[in-house]
Structure formats: structure tokens, C-alpha cells
Design a protein around this ligand. Structure first.
Ligand SMILES: Nc1ncnc2c1ncn2[C@@H]1O[C@H](COP(=O)(O)OP(=O)(O)O)[C@@H](O)[C@H]1O
Ligand SMILES: O=C(O)C1=C[C@@H](OP(=O)(O)O)[C@@H](O)[C@H](O)C1
Ligand SMILES: [Mg+2]
Length: 206
């Protein structure tokens, strides 16, 4: 099945509702979100980028540095509020957007999808690019992989219940099992986007 076919099949049933991707840092929200939006003919927004634009600061790391996490979260909430008033968007949220219940009120205007990726895969992906752009992971000492695993496991413990609020769950472990792959790292963003559409479809049928 191609991504384009599945998108065309599902798109009429969305009735223009936005799709909000949630999940841990490194789960692929930004990467998969772009692909999904183009397949559906939806516009794409990344909430981190919109917060950067709204604050006039060049990076999320710099916003944390200059103004602290609370300021970033307030802006993130305002960005989600504005996006919730729009239609035909795929929105990739930041990994921490799920911790405020007000953000869920906004995301519930659309359909939320949790990209559930095993911790080791998250850490491998993030270590490959470094933690510089992800301030919540950058403070620990040690090599990129070790500090990422340590911090991500604490965050995952704090947040997994919140991610489970999403309307649909895309489990990379389940996709790998279905396709007979041993490692989730073999799953391409397009395959993950197709699974997202399958899970959205099953949510819509409920
Ligand atoms: N399916 C995938 N397979 C391999 N690498 C991926 C995949 N999806 C994302 N990545 C890589 O993982 C890193 C994190 O992806 P990103 O989309 O920025 O995640 P998020 O927005 O959830 O933090 C990026 O370097 C990206 O290129
Ligand atoms: O998990 C988090 O709290 C965060 C995730 C980041 O987005 P990504 O999930 O796209 O990396 C970004 O919003 C910020 O660094 C905080
Ligand atoms: Mg992102």
C-alpha cells in the first residue's frame, strides 16, 4: 500500500480536522509530520518553529537559555490555541506539549496521534545528531547516548500517561512485528506515516 493511496482513502473522513502528532523527543514528529501533511495535501506546522517565530528567538535552546522553560511552555500553549482554530493542518508538537491539560483542550479540536518509539531508538537517533538543539537533554554530563538515555527515561516515566491520552497510537514495535522486522530502526518515516493513517482510520471508525 502506498502512502498516497491511504491518504486519499482517509482524507474525506477527516472533514478537515487537524492532526496533532505527540510523542517523546526524537520520536519523529517533525519528520513524519512533514510527510503526512504532503500526502494528505494538508499544511504543515511544527509548534517549536512557531514558538521561535512568535518570540523572535532563533532556536528553542536559546529560548530556554534566555527566558526559561515556563516562558517556552506559555508560548507553546498560545501557539496550540491558535492552531486549534484552523483546519487541514498536520501539527508536529514539541515532546512536552502533553504535560499541560489546557493543551489537550486545544488538540482535541483535531485528532491526536502518539508516535510511540522505544527508548533505545530515541536515544540512538538523538545521539546521532547531538543534544544541542534539545535543551532538556543537554544539561547532563557524559557522552550524548548515555545522557540521553538517562534523561529520556525519567521524562518518559513522567509523561507516558499523558501521551496515552492521544486518540491514536502508532507503536513502532507493533509495526516492526507486523512487517517481520527485528529492529524498529529499519522503519522509514513513510511506513510510519502509513501506520498513522491506519490508526487514525481505526479511531474514526470507533
Ligand atoms: N523513521 C526514522 N528512521 C530513522 N531516523 C529517523 C526517523 N524519523 C526521524 N528520524 C531522525 O530522528 C531525529 C529526530 O526526528 P524528529 O523528526 O526531529 O523528531 P521529533 O520532532 O519527534 O523530536 C532526526 O534526526 C530525524 O532525522
Ligand atoms: O520534550 C520536550 O519537553 C521538548 C521537546 C522539543 O521538541 P521535539 O520533541 O520536537 O524534540 C522542544 O519542544 C523542547 O526542546 C522541549
Ligand atoms: Mg520536533
Amino acid at each position: 500500500m502506498t502512502l498516497k493511496n491511504k491518504s486519499e482513502e482517509i482524507e474525506p473522513y477527516l472533514n478537515g480536522r487537524c492532526i496533532f502528532l505527540v510523542g517523546m523527543m526524537g520520536s519523529g514528529k517533525t519528520t513524519v509530520g512533514r510527510i503526512l501533511s504532503s500526502a494528505l495535501g494538508y499544511s504543515f506546522f511544527d509548534s517549536d518553529t512557531l514558538v521561535e517565530q512568535a518570540t523572535g528567538v532563533t532556536s528553542v535552546a536559546e529560548i530556554f537559555n534566555l527566558h526559561g522553560e515556563g516562558f517556552f511552555r506559555d508560548n507553546e500553549t498560545e501557539v496550540l490555541r491558535k492552531l486549534s482554530l484552523m483546519h487541514r493542518l498536520v501539527v508536529s508538537t514539541g515532546g512536552g506539549a502533553v504535560i499541560r491539560s489546557i493543551n489537550w483542550k486545544y488538540m482535541q479540536k483535531g485528532i491526536s496521534v502518539w508516535l510511540d518509539v522505544p527508548l533505545e531508538a530515541l536515544a540512538r537517533r538523538i545521539a546521532a545528531v547531538g543534544t544541542k538543539s534539545r535543551p532538556l537533554l543537554h544539561q547532563e554530563s557524559g557522552d550524548a547516548y548515555t545522557k540521553t538515555v538517562r534523561r529520556l527515561s525519567t521524562l518518559l516515566e513522567e509523561r507516558s500517561e499523558a501521551y496515552a491520552n492521544a486518540n491514536a497510537r502508532v507503536s513502532l514495535e507493533n509495526i516492526a512485528a507486523k512487517l517481520g522486522y527485528r529492529d524498529v530502526c529499519n522503519l522509514t518515516p513513510a511506513v510510519i506515516a502509513i501506520e498513522a493513517l491506519i490508526q487514525i482510520e481505526s479511531f474514526l471508525k470507533k
